[in-house]
Design a protein. Structure first.
Lengths: 327, 319
């Protein structure tokens, strides 16, 4: 049984007097225990909304959430708020994009780490602080005893993200959701944080759901990748399959757009024409059609289903990029 | 030659720059939010002037029995002996500011007045602050109809001019004591604190660190008390300092109008100004000048400090 089984998840935002906006449109994917799964797509494709919906963190009003989110067999969407709160932070940890604003600015770091231990493991303040020291040490924060007493603004960006990882993993959750954890950091720190994350999840057997727009992160970390476009999964494949042989024109375009060190000098970088706002609504065809080089009549007019592929993934395209024939 | 010289200066410049940066980082290390704000306050002359004024009056108020030459209610028969409207004794040995029309030492009454004024100001502000914070926190944390109800009540209170509201409240009491004044002035300030705190709480509710805390399963009570409230207090702290000034002025105004404590023995600047100051203004204007100046000075002190605190605690000014 998969650890996390998201089935047909949909999120519709609606305010009185405005047209409803479908941010997530029938997204399904699974995360097996100990596996690392990527959720990739550009800004506005519904990555973060998916993660917030899974955690039940969307605002109470102004949206409708449909489908199922089965965690270890229980549907999180139908859980009472109180029971869901008990699971957050204990069974599922989460780290966010901006490490500075994700930490409480007026509380010393130690208490923020201790808080989650007191909450879920019933530790006393003293015991929790002692454990917090070990946790900070484990995520590579030097001189943890001193750092415990410091405030978030006194730490560097990398250290703050390390601290957030320590907090998220404090109760040894079975799933960690990382929502663009390295976007706000320098490239060098990004690499350190990714290595740390990989190391920690490998060692503890925690499953990781990695939300990112950075294909480099995916390449280095994920076992399976889900590519999202306009609120739907357009392609799912194992990491190697996806990078070696992308089938969806969108995935193909994304990979073509990554600058390469071994490419000819002076060659122009490939780009996907148009912008994400050019999409047509899904029920009337493929949302990517206006930007697609391989568009044909079948792409417009009817919904394109997500069909399983022989290599164990899935694809939503009527005219996929042909498989490369290996020489 | 000039080339090497340029390189040398460049290297020197870089080294100096690095030293500067390390010094600044070292300085920033171990400095908490409040201490940082405090340091900026000390560098601001306006804040220092305000603080010195407040401190001066505070010392006088606390040590009134030691500072005052006489008991403020003790009457000196030799000073009242020839008391007529145009012959209130001025300064004399042992009585630096002379006496009031009842023959009480005026300097001592001014000094004890500081005690009374600060007592009323502090209590009125504290009561207003605590009730306002409580209401604002409940409104901001609960939302929904609770929020609507509390906010409509504050709207009604804010719709009335503050002094008029205070006068109405005092008039409602059957017998005026200093507590009626304190409560009236406090109530006037409750809606201001409540609104301020509610606004800050609403902003906090949408903040990333509150979302992060929710993602950790932190209980709602703890989210409100540990994450939303402490981050919302800055605006309220500044407002409280400014409210001291308003509270002192309001309390003095109520006494001036004769709506305060009717006890004639109580040394209170507003009362001194309103009764003797007005009645004997043409013969002994000092009886009006001194209480009026004292009220202005204390209010000014709190305003100066409050304004500089607003600047110092503004996160946009952090360097």
């Amino acid at each position: 049984m998969p650890l996390l089984d998201v089935r047909d998840l949909s999120v519709v935002f609606q305010r009185k007097g405005t047209r409803p906006v479908t941010a997530v449109d029938g997204v399904s994917f699974t995360v097996e225990p100990g596996q690392t799964v990527g959720l990739v797509g550009e800004s506005g494709c519904g990555k973060s909304v998916t993660s917030l919906a899974i955690m039940g963190l969307l605002p109470r009003r102004g949206n409708r959430v449909g489908g199922e989110v089965r965690f270890d067999g229980t549907d999180l969407l139908t859980l009472r708020p109180r029971d869901l709160r008990d699971r957050r932070g204990r069974d599922i940890g989460m780290i966010f994009q901006d490490p500075l604003s994700s930490l409480n600015p007026v509380i010393p770091l130690g208490l923020q780490v201790a808080e989650v231990l007191e909450r879920h493991q019933g530790r006393s303040r003293q015991a929790a602080l002692r454990e917090a020291r070990g946790l900070l040490d484990a995520v590579g924060i030097p001189d943890p005893a001193r750092r415990l007493k410091e405030f978030p603004h006194q730490l560097s960006g990398g250290m703050r993200q390390r601290a957030l990882i320590a907090i998220a993993l404090a109760c040894k959750p079975r799933l960690l959701i990382a929502d663009e954890p390295t976007t706000a950091l320098d490239v060098t720190i990004q690499a350190q944080i990714l290595t740390l994350l990989k190391d920690l999840v490998d060692r503890s057997g925690t499953a990781l759901m990695m939300i990112t727009h950075d294909l480099g992160v995916v390449a280095g970390l994920c076992d399976t990748v889900n590519v999202l476009y306009a609120g739907k999964v357009v392609e799912r494949a194992g990491r190697h399959d996806l990078f070696a042989d992308p089938r969806h024109p969108y995935t193909h375009g994304l990979l073509q757009s990554v600058p390469r060190l071994d490419a000819d000098r002076g060659g122009r970088l490939h780009q996907i024409r148009g912008s994400v706002s050019d999409n047509i609504p899904w029920p009337e065809g493929c949302a990517f059609a206006p930007r697609c080089d391989r568009v044909n009549d079948a792409c417009i007019g009817e919904t394109v289903p997500l069909a399983p592929t022989h290599r164990g993934g899935a694809l939503r395209c009527t005219n996929p990029v042909p498989q490369e024939v290996s020489a | 030659m000039s080339g090497t010289g340029g390189i040398a200066t460049l290297a020197e410049h870089k080294r100096r720059r690095i030293d500067e940066l390390t010094a600044r980082t070292a300085e920033a290390g171990g400095v908490s939010l409040l201490r940082d704000a405090g340091r900026r306050l000390l560098r601001n002359p306006t804040a220092v002037v305000g603080a010195v004024i407040i401190l001066l009056f505070l010392v006088i108020a606390v040590f009134a029995p030691l500072v005052a030459p006489h008991d403020p209610v003790q009457r000196f028969p030799e000073l009242t002996r020839d008391l007529t409207v145009d012959a209130i004794p001025g300064a004399s040995a042992g009585h630096p500011l002379g006496s009031d029309p009842l023959g009480r030492d005026f300097a001592s009454r001014m000094i004890y007045g500081a005690r009374q004024t600060l007592f009323v100001g502090v209590l009125a502000t504290l009561i207003g602050l605590l009730s306002g914070v409580l209401l604002g926190a409940v409104a901001g944390a609960a939302g929904g109809w609770v929020d609507v109800l509390i906010m409509r009540i504050t709207d009604v209170l804010l719709a009335l001019p503050s002094l008029l509201l205070a006068i109405t409240l005092v008039a409602l009491a059957s017998r005026s004591t200093q507590w009626t004044v304190i409560i009236a002035v406090a109530v006037v300030n409750v809606p201001i604190f409540a609104r301020l705190l509610r606004g800050a709480m609403l902003a906090q509710r949408e903040s990333d660190h509150v979302l992060a805390a929710r993602a950790l399963g932190v209980k709602r009570r703890d989210i409100v008390l540990r994450h939303m409230l402490p981050n919302s207090l800055t605006a309220v702290i500044v407002q409280a300092t400014l409210t001291f000034a308003v509270a002192i002025l309001d309390a003095a105004a109520l006494s001036f109008l004769g709506l305060g404590d009717p006890d004639i023995n109580r040394a209170e600047w507003g009362l001194m100004l309103g009764v003797d100051g007005v009645r004997y203004f043409e013969v002994r204007p000092e009886l009006a000048y001194f209480p009026a100046l004292a009220i202005i000075a204390v209010a000014l002190g709190f305003t100066l400090l409050g304004e500089s605190m607003r600047e110092a605690l503004d996160p946009k000014n952090r360097r």
